[in-house]
Design a binder for this molecule. Structure first.
Ligand code: HDE
Length: 700
């Protein structure tokens, strides 16, 4: 017991998430004048200190040196994977208490919102790369719960390329730009990637997904998300169940077509980042439902694959998803670097009520992310950066270190202690995180479990669950990518794998590559492919919600375009909760039939039709000849048609459709009355005309 007469150390308040106010101050808030980083007012921000107005610079100019040094250090090492990311703030709110399956605090009370920060990313490209390469998308969410931060660090594809963390550096080195030449950037269509993949049968299921429409999403607001690994939910009685996490966008999922993706990458490299930003700015907040597939521990053995294998999924038709609540992203970051760049996700950021499984990929991730943040964010205090700091109080005896922002008080930075204040933080056996006890035994061994050996059955399941157009897209993507692989053996080996997945797919890809299936290298399958029940829920087209909500319409107008039709179209799209942007030959706008100068968002060349989900052309007779002569206008329509979009047009615009070679179908709608305008909007709601595709595009 502490002697009452012994002077007591001053009470040290537990460091908390409430960072000192000055850390949040911006120059504008705190000071009307520019100052150095140490508060010295600056009298001249235009000129450096010189020996005479035409003389050399003086080393003495500490103001210049501070400014340039700070600039030199403005970049931190970018993430080795997922470097290109876009983030947003929001909240998560449960639908009802999930106390029966988990004691996680943020899943108990339907009235309680938990703050979140989400970051979506591509995987292969650098921080400055384009948004629409064919790639997996990261889907990482930090929940700032009352019991600490929970990071759900998932992808938009429910399975992964590899089964063991040991292979991660290999798959990443294979997909990143080739080390000698420094290209290709943000692309899997090159020899090293397919070299690795063709020698890694376990990646085949993921390859089917990556080559599918999932690899080129229309919008980050429309991607599904998956925790990939099996996790545990543990309730207050200590009962553990396995869970698989799912995010579902409430406006449904959609993809672009590959030709569109390539054109968007040039026209707007920030297509996804801009789309997310603008949707939030206009109050069209992206939303996802969070759900889990729950598997009783006793039922895990009944599944036809091993739950610990991250290259496998559980079809929803077998175990349905229980929706737990909704995430709404309603605020853009204030500062991309401070928040989206510095946010540090770690799968090891877990909360009571959630636990890990022994998935060997997940187990490796539990080490990797902390390690990466230490390097990226410069030391062990990255949890003090505002975007990473828990919103609940946090306290322990960890001290000092690079970039320490807290001024810890008191003599005692250890435990147990007699001289520490009586209210100093202590461990909490009641509410603290406890690892779910699990019996573990076995030899120390480096070996893959035999239960992980079936590499083709689920790849086949995925392919066979796709609609016809989606199957064609997979064949096209495989052909496109393999055509970029100059090492013929690799193409042949891939054909060998495709034989195990689906012989028709193999034949289609071989034909499109100009090869014979007989050239395929034989690849031995450890276990024969099984025919599993198809899972329609894996198809995007199959569950297309047929909505314009959250989609974007582009209306091309010329001088003299009918003002009434324009107003009616805008109103109709607004009713559908779709965004509308106007395009005119000149960015100065167009003077419509009522004499009003209508401002537009894009000029023709700056607003190609690839930006929109549906397009309409409202032209005046006197303007159409100019449009028909304009390549940008003809391409605008040709692309819209080629990308299978529904096109609405007034009769005066018909010559432009003709010049673009449009073969009319029920996706080209003449707008001549309020009734036909309605038909156009209804057709647009139905989405792309997949039936148009075979007549426009061959596989390859
Ligand atoms: Fe990651 N991963 N990963 N990963 N990952 C990183 O962490 C790693 C894996 C995922 O927006 C890195 O902070 C290993 C699967 C996302 O900031 C790094 C293994 C899944 C993000 C890392 C995997 C993911 C990352 C790079 C195999 C889906 C971006 C920078 C054992 C479930 C998070 C960083 C953000 C980022 C390592 C496999 C998703 C290097 C070792 C499987 C969404 O630590």
């Amino acid at each position: 017991m502490a002697n009452k007469k012994t002077p007591q150390p001053p009470k040290s308040p537990a460091p908390s998430a409430k960072l000192p106010a000055e850390l949040h101050q911006t120059a504008e808030e705190s000071q009307p004048h520019l100052t150095t980083n140490h508060g010295l007012p600056i009298s001249d921000n235009q000129n450096s200190l010189k020996a005479g107005v035409r003389g050399p610079l003086l080393l003495e100019d500490f103001i210049l040196r501070e400014k340039i040094t700070h600039f030199d250090h403005e970049r931190i090492p970018e993430r080795i994977v997922h470097a290109r990311g876009s983030g947003a703030h929001g909240y998560f709110q449960p639908y009802e208490s999930a106390a029966d399956i988990t004691e996680a605090a943020f899943l108990q009370d339907p009235k309680k919102k938990t703050e979140v920060f989400a970051r979506f990313s591509t995987v292969a490209g650098g921080a400055g790369s384009v948004d629409l390469p064919r790639d997996v998308r990261g889907f990482a969410v930090k929940f700032y719960t009352s019991q600490g931060n929970f990071d759900l660090v998932g992808n938009n594809i429910p399975v992964f390329f590899i089964q063991d963390a040991m292979k991660f550096p290999d798959v990443v080195h294979a997909v990143k730009m080739e080390p000698d030449r420094g290209f290709p950037q943000a692309a899997s269509a090159h020899a090293t990637f397919w070299d690795f993949i063709s020698l890694t049968p376990e990646s085949m299921h993921m390859i089917m997904w990556a080559m599918s429409d999932r690899g080129i999403p229309r919008s980050l607001r429309m991607i599904e998300g998956f925790g990939v690994h099996t996790f545990r939910f543990i309730n207050s009685e200590g009962i553990s169940r396995f869970v698989k996490f799912h995010w579902r966008p409430t406006i449904g999922s959609a993809a672009v077509v590959w030709d569109e993706a390539m054109k968007i990458s040039g026209a707007d490299p920030d297509f996804h980042r801009r789309d997310l930003w603008e949707a939030i700015e206009r109050g069209d907040f992206p939303e996802w439902e969070l759900g889990v597939q729950v598997i009783e521990e006793s039922e895990a053995a009944d599944l036809d694959f091993d739950l610990l294998d991250p290259t496998k999924l559980i079809p929803e038709e077998i175990i349905p998803i229980r929706m737990l609540g909704k995430m709404v992203l309603n605020r853009n970051p204030d500062n991309h670097f401070a928040e989206t760049e510095q946010v540090a996700f770690c799968p090891s950021h877990i909360v009571p009520g959630i636990g890990f499984s022994d998935d060997p990929l997940l187990q490796g991730r539990l080490f990797s992310y902390l390690d990466t943040q230490l390097l990226r964010l410069g030391g062990p205090n990255f949890h003090q950066i505002p975007i990473n700091a828990p919103r609940c109080p946090f306290a322990n005896n960890q001290r000092d270190g690079l970039r320490q922002m807290h001024v810890h008080k008191g003599r005692v930075a250890y435990e147990p202690s007699q001289i520490s204040p009586s209210d100093a933080p202590r461990e909490c056996p009641m509410h603290g995180f406890r690892t779910h006890p699990e019996a573990v035994s076995g030899e120390k061994i480096r070996k893959r479990s035999e239960t992980f050996a079936d590499h083709y059955s689920q790849a086949r399941l995925f392919f066979r669950s796709m609609t016809g157009p989606e199957q064609n897209h997979i064949a096209s993507a495989l052909t496109f990518e393999l055509a970029k692989v100059e090492v013929i053996e690799i193409r042949k080996r891939m054909l060998g794998h495709l034989a195990h997945i689906d012989p028709v797919l193999q034949q289609t890809v071989a034909d499109a590559l100009g090869m014979a299936v007989e050239e395929a290298l034989e690849v031995a399958a450890a276990v024969p492919t099984r025919d599993l029940e198809v899972s329609p829920s894996l198809s995007l087209i199959g569950k297309d919600p047929r909505t314009l909500k959250g989609r974007k319409a582009g209306i091309l107008i010329t001088d003299g375009a009918d003002a009434e039709t324009l107003a009616a179209l805008q109103a109709a799209f607004k009713k559908e909760k779709a965004a509308v942007e106007l395009i005119a030959p000149k960015i100065g706008g167009a003077t419509t039939s009522d004499g009003a100068l209508v401002p537009v968002q894009h000029s023709l060349s700056g607003g190609p039709s690839v930006f929109f989900d549906t397009v309409a052309i409202l032209a005046a007779e006197e303007a159409i000849d100019d449009l028909v002569r304009e390549a940008a206008a003809v391409n605008w329509v040709r692309d819209a048609f080629g990308h299978l979009k529904v096109i609405g047009y007034t009769i005066e615009a018909a010559p432009l459709l003709e010049a673009a070679g449009v073969a009319h179908d029920d996706g080209t709608v003449l707008i001549e009355s309020p009734k036909t305008l309605k038909s156009y909007v209804a057709a647009a709601r139905d989405g792309r005309r997949w039936d148009r595709e075979p007549s426009l595009r061959s596989i390859g």
